[in-house]
Ligand binder design. Structure first.
Ligand SMILES: [Fe+2]
Length: 407
């Protein structure tokens, strides 16, 4: 799956590894250690676990006379690979006050040097593919570093900003149009050259009936109209599990919206901002996305419809909050919010995970989750593509998730 040459691979390795440290720069050691919920991990843990991935899957089998940086790290920073052995419990990652952030930085520096030396001896295609997988894995964790730290900072009544500069106002969003697609027998899944994850394979044919997609994402103003019209009080709009959560008081508005004097605010990585009516609504669950779509007399797209349409969209990203919509045709497919689909996360026909522990990467999570398509403002540049399949349980709200309507 990789076609990177050794030089560019070393450069890519340095640049991705450096970016993780860069993302941690605005944070204190205390910020990096705390864990706000079982789903979210401390930044320090992300920095260590992405290093563990290179140490475990590359250095251990390939380095002559391999000695681990620290023997305990094999368990401490194993996320979910049962084939590797025992794991420190996920909900207790925030209790790891040791090793210190400085020790984790030293762990990163040492493993980086060892990987570079391995690459300088020449990367065979299998090694190059593993390094590329490690880098793509680290990019996924870079997005989680931002969303996890946002969730952490949101628990603090001081609402600290990750980025001190205010967000500013987005330009008025263009009207939302319906973009029609004829559908037909479509090729779905990754094709061509370059990297993809195993869950994007194999490319296969599927029939897509004629459909239409909304040209842009649903805005805060549009979602606020749903709230003000009593959307959260009408059981007819909700999937059963979603309505249970509404009744339990868990769902009343998007995560991070703050009812305050003078109107709604929103906690962002830039601190608390007045809710911007023109930006896309974000941090909604599948339940909320589905209820909103039903209220509008529409529905969520299937992942095949989304991918069929995305082949003509452009890629964008690289911010700390979703930008407003601009342009014509199908916009905001990438770089603003991950878009919920109505498709359960399931294997494509003929899907086969890689043998060994590395095969645990995607395949074993294909149950009780939904596919999200596109990418978000927090997705690293170059990481997204039309066939990319993100996945979360229906109730997850701490990612930059948004709503694109279909009919
Ligand atoms: Fe991971």
């Amino acid at each position: 799956m990789s076609e990177a040459q050794p030089d560019t691979l070393v450069q890519a390795f340095q640049s991705v590894r450096q970016r993780s440290l860069h993302l941690a720069e605005p944070l204190s050691a205390e910020d990096c250690c705390a864990q706000s919920m079982p789903d979210a991990s401390p930044v320090k843990w992300h920095l260590a676990h992405t290093t563990w991935f290179f140490e475990t899957f590359i250095l251990k089998p390939r380095e002559e006379g391999f000695t681990p940086f620290h023997p305990a790290f094999r368990v401490l920073f194993n996320s979910y690979y049962n084939g590797v052995g025992a794991k420190h419990p996920r909900p207790q990652r925030g209790l790891l006050t040791r090793p210190s952030l400085d020790e984790v930085r030293a762990y990163r520096a040492q493993v980086d040097g060892r990987i570079r030396r391995l690459l300088e001896c020449g990367a065979d295609p299998a090694l190059a593919a593993l390094v590329e997988l490690g880098l793509q894995h680290e990019q996924q964790h870079q997005e989680l570093m931002l969303t996890d730290v946002k969730h952490l900072l949101a628990q603090n009544p001081l609402y600290p900003a990750y980025e001190a500069d205010p967000l500013g106002h987005a330009a008025p969003a263009p009207a939302s149009d319906w973009i029609p697609f004829e559908g037909g027998l479509a090729e779905i899944g990754f094709g061509g050259r370059g990297f993809c994850f195993d869950n994007e394979l194999p490319r296969h044919r599927t029939y897509v009936a004629p459909f239409a997609l909304a040209s842009r994402l649903v805005t805060n103003a549009e979602y606020l109209a749903f709230i003000e019209a009593g959307g959260y009080r009408d059981p007819a709009l909700w999937l059963s599990e979603g309505w249970d959560r509404v009744c339990a008081g868990e769902l009343q508005h998007p995560l991070y919206w703050l009812g305050q004097e003078g109107g709604w605010g929103e906690f962002t990585l830039h601190g608390v901002q007045a809710l911007d009516p023109q930006r896309p609504v974000t941090h909604v669950s599948l339940y909320e996305a589905d209820a909103y779509a039903r209220w509008r007399g529409a529905r969520l797209p299937t992942e095949a419809e989304w991918e069929f349409a995305a082949r003509q969209a452009c890629l964008a990203g690289g911010a700390l909050h979703p930008a407003g919509a601009s342009g014509e045709g199908l916009i905001q497919m990438f770089g603003a919010c991950w878009q919920w689909t109505s498709s359960s996360y399931a294997p494509y026909p003929g899907y086969a995970p890689a043998p060994g522990a590395i095969g645990e990467y995607n395949g074993k999570f294909m149950v009780n989750q939904y596919v999200l398509r596109g990418s978000s403002c927090a997705t690293p540049d170059g990481h997204a593509r039309p066939s990319y399949r993100n996945f979360f349980p229906a109730g997850a709200r701490w990612q930059f998730t948004g709503i694109r309507l279909a009919r």
